[in-house]
Write a protein that binds this ligand. Structure first.
Ligand SMILES: Cc1ncc(COP(=O)(O)O)c(C=O)c1O
Length: 406
């Protein structure tokens, strides 16, 4: 049997391996000169003025929430459909994540629900401190709208761009890059192997605000700094440093950044290839046997380029069909594909359904319920050959024709 095709995976070449080996033969293994070079490549790719490389996307979210000033009792809003880290960052700071419902067609935060929740919280005297929109699957959230709403209550905005490095959106006839922080205070990236570029584990916080960037750099390394202008005992000696805040050890190593620099040279080619694969899928799913049965995520009006971290399809609900019945068909399709060597995934289980959050939060919104019952991520990664894409489409067609997916 042909080898399985996963929903996502990294693409490491000999030049990536050589870059890591060169680092291993050099003087720096932990945070050294490669970190700054990697951060420069992130600034170049996104247009953000400051980049702070950290140990993971989760660490990036945690530091962004801390730098945003989230503290005990503060409310942070994020999308109900995301990886749990988008919410956990608020909880790490002692705050309470609240979940905003989504548009099931796009999987993105529903802006009218966000607006209503912000107004309701402001009226109660507990406006959110931070809003964390998520660029699900690689399509930017409506960041200008989130900015507008955040500004009504002075909330800071953290774009969770873990899925959208390389994506672009338009606003007032101008094109912006995901992660540029043109409409947000921070953006965060993840370099987990299924993401656009990898450092094995790794992440980064982006910002255009120099004070926030300094805060992030301090927090990345225990709250310690050596900035002579800020030292309380600047003449102590060359060994001297001060811990001015309570930070963490969230640094990314030079070895990982060496891999990241090498990977970033290929970001554009990777995103182009992801778009080529998506175009093939889009074409196939517009025709028999898929039309009327499955549908890809809808593209927003403000989308300029999708970064396609994931390619998500949804099983279309048939007239009179219950959500439980759709969910049962999705499960059957998942199992059938997996048995035939196509390994799908579900992105995501709504975070408010997780036991840790469920009991505190009550009811799940209808959009997330509908989305979750019907979504499936099919293989999408740049190393997929045209043959792999054709095999995925053919296998999906066999499953659909087999009838259990109607
Ligand atoms: C939307 C989103 N945010 C944050 C993260 C956290 O990134 P990391 O795994 O690098 O900690 C992920 C990781 O999968 C993610 O998908």
């Amino acid at each position: 049997m042909a080898s399985p095709i996963p929903y996502g995976r990294q693409w490491i070449d000999d030049d990536d391996i050589a870059a890591v080996v060169e680092c291993l033969r050099g003087d720096w293994l932990t945070q050294g000169p490669a970190v700054e070079r990697f951060e420069q490549s992130l600034r170049d790719a996104t247009g953000a003025r400051h980049a702070v490389a950290v140990a993971s996307g989760t660490a990036a979210l945690h530091l962004a929430a801390l730098a945003a000033g989230v503290g005990p009792g503060d409310i942070g809003l994020t999308s109900a459909i995301t990886f749990t880290a988008s919410a956990n960052c608020v909880a790490y700071c002692g705050g309470d994540p609240h979940f905003i419902g989504i548009d099931p067609a796009t999987g993105l935060m529903d802006i009218s629900l966000l607006e209503a929740r912000v107004r309701e919280l402001a009226n109660k005297g507990t406006p959110p401190k931070v809003i964390v929109p998520v660029d699900l699957a690689g399509q930017p959230a409506d960041l200008p709208a989130v900015r507008r709403i955040a500004d009504t209550v002075g909330a800071l905005v953290i774009e969770d761009a873990a899925h959208s490095l390389g994506a672009r959106y338009t606003h007032n006839n101008t094109t912006f890059r995901a992660g540029s922080c043109e409409h947000t205070d921070f953006a965060i990236l993840s370099f987990h192997p299924v993401k656009h570029v990898t450092t094995a584990e790794g992440g980064a916080v982006l910002t255009n605000n120099p004070e926030l960037a300094t805060k992030l750099r301090d927090l990345r390394t225990h709250g310690i700094h050596r900035d002579p202008k800020r030292l309380t005992r600047p003449d102590e000696g060359p060994w001297y440093y001060e811990q001015a805040s309570l930070g963490f050890h969230y640094r990314l190593s030079d070895m990982q950044c060496a891999l990241g620099i090498s990977q970033m040279k290929k970001l554009e080619a990777f995103v182009v290839r992801r778009n080529e694969i998506a175009a093939r899928y889009d074409d196939a799913f517009a025709k028999a046997p898929f039309a009327g049965k499955i549908v890809p995520l809808k593209k927003t009006e403000h989308l300029n380029r999708n970064a396609y971290h994931l390619y998500v399809i949804r099983l279309m609900r048939q007239p009179g069909e219950t959500l439980d019945a759709v969910a049962a068909r999705r499960k059957a399709l998942f199992l059938n594909l997996r048995e035939r060597g196509i390994i799908p995934q579900v992105h995501y289980i709504p975070v408010p359904m997780q036991p840790y959050y469920r009991d505190k939060l009550g009811r799940l919104d209808d959009g997330s319920r509908e989305y979750y019952a019907s979504c499936l991520s099919i293989p999408m990664y740049p190393k997929m050959t045209d043959g792999d894409v054709a095999r995925t489409i053919d296998t999906l067609a066999e499953c659909i024709n087999a009838g259990d997916n109607r």
